[in-house]
Design a protein. Structure first.
Length: 558
């Protein structure tokens, strides 16, 4: 199709299988390490650690590189969430870098434009863009200028996102074939933008020529009418949001970001499943999978009812995260058949139909700090709107707003939408030490992946790499709301599993193979041995890094 790209759809299944076969043992990190979707980005993060940088600095450096390497997943025009374990205080801190609705955009204005519940905003509309903050490190400038070769997974994503940008005003600049020479992909526009960050910092993005490009491009896309103002950008701030948590089986404390994210789903599901002795089962047992599916359905129903920007609506977090509430939800599950519908009703949100393109980084340093960092443009390249010559696209997370009057997640000026990207972290319940920093990418798969990979380690005794290698299921909550949703099984579950679950009344689809495996997400884990082998407790202080075989990541450590 073009120099440096080869169609990989037919080979992806072999790619995944070979990675699973070769990646059975996690990478040991006696001092520090970093893992993400691309080996070049991981190496840049590792170089920061070797130079004395901490986990946050390494994660930011890695993300900055990924904004060059994977512009269809993240970038300067996207959103970020981050959790940071500070070893000196043994505290987990949360950073919310998601955007807000422009102050001039109201539900009434959208209705005047002809958009409503029946006719939602298209992915490429300038109204879908919210305000965001990102960072810069110098190695990414060099990477954008000198170029890079596409990896196996990136090749397919590159082809898919190229087709979305064809015909857009400046979007094609982002993945311009003319910038591909000798098998290298270059992005000179992004290199220049990153350089501005290097000399001017935050003000280089929210003021001056970059800001003018953003505001001007959005206006052009909206037939000359201003969408986002300079004041919207200048008023945008990243907030420190205290993470929410649950204690699981009196062993670990699991941390997630609070609403406006749906990290709540992870904690609700763990609290529900805690009412059953999962350890006596196998990770692929139909009984376990049945309970997992039902617990996820109940948790998503709660999330769709309550998750929103908490500055606009009160959320009963104490009740939702109580063990008593979890027991009530557990008692709704029939242990021989699937529920016809979940107990707490909530209409299906548009948010669950958004893209699954995200990037995740985890970094740990020699001082005992850990950083769990996730970023996304939302739907691949987001809105596909690229400020002229800047080399990055603007996200379209505004599509996650509901256009119904009275809905907790309805669009409102200055409001943050329901958000799907979530970093994860685990601390030891007795000592308070961090024992895992992890994340799974992929829209509504993210909380489902968090639960499955975490329980593979905690309850089924798998090391991080083996936990990531195992087949997953995906409950597609976008299709039928509170009714029985399709449940996709990845290839690799034992023979007869699908039939048994169908006999229980589940709408089982699959097995899913090839590039379609992307619906099960991609993840990375840094964990201490105490998480999956409780006999070792805190004796082994090394970190162990695992990378998802469904991507191209390679852990880097020393």
């Amino acid at each position: 199709m073009m120099d440096g790209y080869e169609g990989m759809e037919g080979d992806f299944e072999e790619h995944v299988r070979s990675r699973i076969a070769s990646m059975m043992v996690p990478v040991s990190a006696p001092i520090a390490g970093v893992v993400c979707d691309h080996h070049l980005a991981s190496q840049i993060g590792l170089d920061i650690l070797k130079a004395g940088g901490n986990a946050i600095e390494a994660a930011v450096a890695t993300f900055s590189a990924l904004s060059v390497l994977q512009p269809w997943s993240c970038g300067l025009g996207g959103d970020i969430f981050c959790m940071f374990y500070e070893s000196s205080s043994r505290q987990v801190h949360g950073i919310n870098g998601s955007g807000r609705c422009p102050m001039s955009l109201t539900l009434e204005k959208l209705k005047d434009e002809g958009y409503n519940e029946e006719n939602p905003l298209p992915q490429s509309h300038p109204f879908s863009v919210t305000v965001s903050l990102q960072a810069l490190v110098e190695p990414s400038v060099k990477l954008a200028r000198t170029g890079f070769k596409l990896t196996h997974y990136s090749s397919e994503q590159f082809r898919r996102e190229m087709t979305k940008l064809i015909g857009t005003k400046h979007g094609f600049q982002l993945l311009l074939p003319a910038n591909m020479k000798d098998g290298l992909v270059k992005n000179p526009g992004l290199a220049q933008t990153l350089e501005i960050f290097g000399t001017e910092g935050k003000h280089g993005f929210y003021e001056g020529e970059v800001e003018e490009s953003i505001v001007g491009e959005l206006a052009l896309e909206n037939q000359g009418e201003e969408v986002m103002t300079e004041e919207d950008l200048l008023c945008h701030i990243t907030t420190w949001d205290h993470p929410i948590r649950c204690d699981y089986r009196k062993q670990i404390r699991v941390w997630e970001m609070p609403p406006n994210t749906h990290g709540l789903i992870v904690l609700l599901t763990l609290n529900i499943l805690e009412n059953y002795d999962i350890k006596q089962l196998c990770w692929s047992s139909p009984i376990y999978l049945h309970c997992l599916i039902e617990a996820l359905r109940l948790s998503f129903a709660d999330a769709f009812k309550y998750v929103c920007d908490p500055k606009f609506h009160a959320i009963p977090m104490e009740t939702l995260l109580s063990k008593a509430y979890a027991l009530q939800r557990w008692n709704l599950i029939h242990h021989g058949r699937a529920m016809e519908e979940v107990g707490t009703g909530a209409e299906t949100e548009t948010v669950v139909k958004l893209g699954a393109d995200t990037t995740y980084v985890t970094a740990v340093d020699g001082e005992g700090n850990a950083c769990s960092f996730i970023a996304s443009n939302c739907s691949g390249v987001g809105s596909g709107i690229v400020p002229d010559g800047r080399g990055f696209s603007l996200q379209n997370r505004g599509l996650a707003f509901n256009l119904k009057e009275g809905h907790v997640n309805k669009l409102h000026p200055g409001k943050r939408p329901y958000h799907t990207i979530i970093p994860g972290m685990v601390t030891d319940l007795k000592t308070g030490d961090v024992i895992a920093s992890f994340g799974i990418m992929g829209g509504p798969m993210q909380p489902q992946g968090h639960v499955q990979v975490l329980l593979n380690m905690v309850d089924f005794g798998m090391n991080p790499q083996r936990a990531l290698n195992q087949p997953r299921l995906f409950v597609d909550v976008s299709c039928t709301g509170t009714k029985k949703p399709p449940v996709y099984l990845e290839e690799g579950f034992p023979s007869g599993t699908a039939e048994t679950l169908r006999a229980m009344g589940h709408n089982i689809q699959g097995p899913v193979t090839g590039f379609q495996r992307r619906i099960f997400g991609r993840g990375h884990v840094a964990a201490k041995r105490a998480l999956w082998n409780h006999r070792h407790e805190s004796v082994d202080s090394d970190w162990y890094l695992g990378s998802d075989p469904r991507s191209d990541g390679i852990p880097k450590a020393f």
